[in-house]
Design a protein around this ligand. Structure first.
Ligand code: FAD
Length: 280
């Protein structure tokens, strides 16, 4: 329960943080809210010899709308995301994360960089087709959500890159549903489903469905999306689409649920999330 020894630095710019990471290689880890990293360190599943704390780096806390995009600084807490209605689906999902303490410390950048498929915000970013900005030794680059999450706790971020900003398309004209199933309130999702629907005159013009904890990374339910796109949103079309939600998935069984049970949950939660988004 006690982490192994480590050095600590708190740089005052993104460039300085990148330099610390670059010079110290795999031995160095960024620290944001610490709510994923510190438990791993206490269990000695992560043994960094240097923690590079982002808390003094300016400019990573703001939420700003620019044209059709909401730009969210990497250190924005889950509590702030949850309290920002402009963030639509991300706000809904962030409100379901753990408890007040975790939401007050945990950050959107830390959650996305950690790449845990059981986390809520990665699936939201995938559903909304957002992106992140990563700063490395050769400057910034943008990574689309579809390319960011590679496998369990693996992302496209290089060890010497700092995720600085999350870009979420503005919610105008979209409605959302977020349904999460856990054994006890405030637990991680056994499965969760994030839905975004753009409709006109009761017809679904566009549908996005992304699933939490159904594989090594957040997965889109492409067959279910295709079944509802262009259809009237009613109980029958929603049920028919939701029945396809688990198609092509091979979720790992865990202590809480077998793979079959997770596939069943994906269908049930997709139906509920579509109904929520469609106002049914
Ligand atoms: P940290 O723990 O500081 O860092 C996590 C990892 O990301 C580290 O490897 C770190 O080096 C890296 N990192 C951090 N910031 C950056 C950055 N800007 N650029 C590059 N790399 C970076 N999450 C959920 O989604 N749903 C839940 O239901 C949920 N329940 C939880 C329950 C408990 C009891 C706890 C302790 C945590 C829970 N979490 C849950 C996780 C929580 O949301 C974490 O806060 C989040 O996953 C990580 O964010 P952080 O800011 O704490 O990151």
């Amino acid at each position: 329960m006690i982490p192994s020894e480590f050095d600590y630095r708190a740089p005052e710019s993104v460039e300085e943080a990148v330099r610390e990471l670059h010079e110290n290689g795999d031995e160095a880890k960024l620290l944001a809210g610490g709510h994923s990293l510190l438990p791993l360190m206490k269990m000695r599943l992560a043994v960094p010899t240097l923690l590079v704390d982002l808390r003094r780096v300016p400019g990573l806390h703001s939420v700003q709308r620019e044209n059709g995009t909401v730009k969210v600084g990497a250190l924005t807490t889950h509590a702030t995301v949850a309290a920002t209605p402009e963030l639509g689906l991300a706000a809904k999902a962030a409100a379901t994360i753990a408890d007040v303490q975790v939401r007050n410390r945990g950050t959107i950048g830390g959650s996305l960089a950690h790449g845990d498929p059981a986390s809520d915000l990665p699936a939201v970013l995938v559903a909304l087709e957002g992106s992140v900005t990563a700063h490395g030794p050769s400057g910034p680059r943008e990574i689309a959500a579809a390319d960011l999450f590679e496998d369990y706790l693996e992302t496209a971020l290089a060890p010497d890159e700092v995720l600085t900003e999350v870009r979420i398309p503005a919610a105008d004209g979209w409605s959302f549903g977020y349904q999460k199933f856990n054994r006890r309130s405030e637990d991680w999702a056994m499965v969760a489903v994030a839905v975004a629907v753009k409709s006109s005159g009761g017809v679904a013009e566009d549908v996005r469905i992304a699933m939490v904890n159904m594989g090594g990374r957040p997965l889109r339910a492409a067959a279910a999306e295709g079944a509802l796109r262009g259809q009237s949103i009613d109980q029958a079309t929603v049920a028919a689409a939701a029945a396809l939600a688990a198609e092509g998935t091979d979720p790992p069984a865990d202590l809480n649920a077998s793979a079959d049970y997770k596939r069943h949950l994906a269908q049930v939660l997709t139906k509920r999330a579509l109904a929520e988004a469609g106002g049914l």
